[in-house]
Design a binder for this molecule. Structure first.
Ligand code: HEM
Ligand code: HEM
Length: 151
């Protein structure tokens, strides 16, 4: 995988698009437990935006593998960053996949796991966002900027 300084325009667009869509889906999850009992009424935005996230996340991961991106610094901080990013990638695929199994397969148990995993995703993304802001305002380095300006 190529090691680069930053991300290209497509990678940056996908990062912020997915971030926004994940937030919307977190907010529209409420009521889905009820909707699951009456699937004939449709799942609305939560289902369709969620499926879009799944598609965008797959494209994003393939792009990361093909095009590459910045390497983390050596040592525990870099390892922690890689682990958190890996978890976010895993959840941005697993959460909509679980939701799909619950919705299209009508498996209620998976719905509960999906709701829990969705909450964990938002929690980790919040921690990740705070770390990004801390890089910018406290450490005053280029980490947040490289997710803004294509390279
Ligand atoms: C990244 C995308 C997604 C996120 C962040 C997300 C998040 C959530 C959250 C937080 C809940 C629980 C809401 C609550 O109980 O207050 C929920 C419920 C649900 N979601 Fe999603 N969701 C996503 C994608 C999907 C997709 C793609 C589908 C279906 C194709 C789906 C189907 C459902 C269903 C059926 C429930 C009700 C589960 C239950 O409580 O039994 N979700 N979602
Ligand atoms: C406002 C919220 C967010 C901010 C401020 C933010 C900030 C950033 C920044 C600055 C980077 C670059 C890190 C680096 O190059 O080392 C990054 C990478 C990343 N972000 Fe976010 N992010 C946010 C939301 C999200 C959300 C919601 C997700 C997941 C759904 C996410 C997933 C990722 C992943 C997986 C990477 C690693 C990219 C790579 O492969 O190098 N981010 N984020």
């Amino acid at each position: 995988m190529a090691v680069r300084y930053g991300y290209n325009g497509a990678q940056i667009a996908l990062h912020w698009l997915i971030a926004l869509a994940v937030l919307v889906n977190y907010l529209t999850g409420e009521g889905m437990e009820e909707a699951l009992k009456h699937p004939e009424a449709g799942g609305g935005l939560h289902v369709w935006l969620g499926l879009t996230i799944l598609g965008l996340a797959v494209i994003r991961i393939l792009l990361r593998l093909v095009r590459g991106g910045p390497e983390q610094e050596p040592g525990p901080r870099g390892k922690a960053a890689s682990a958190l990013h890996g978890l976010l990638y895993l959840l941005m695929v697993a959460v909509p996949l679980g939701g799909s199994i619950a919705w299209f397969g009508g498996v209620e148990f998976v719905g509960g796991v999906h709701a829990l995993a969705g909450n964990i995703l938002i929690l980790l993304a919040g921690v990740h966002a705070l770390i990004g802001l801390a890089h910018h305002y406290l450490l005053k380095d280029d980490v947040l900027r490289r997710m803004m300006r294509p390279e």
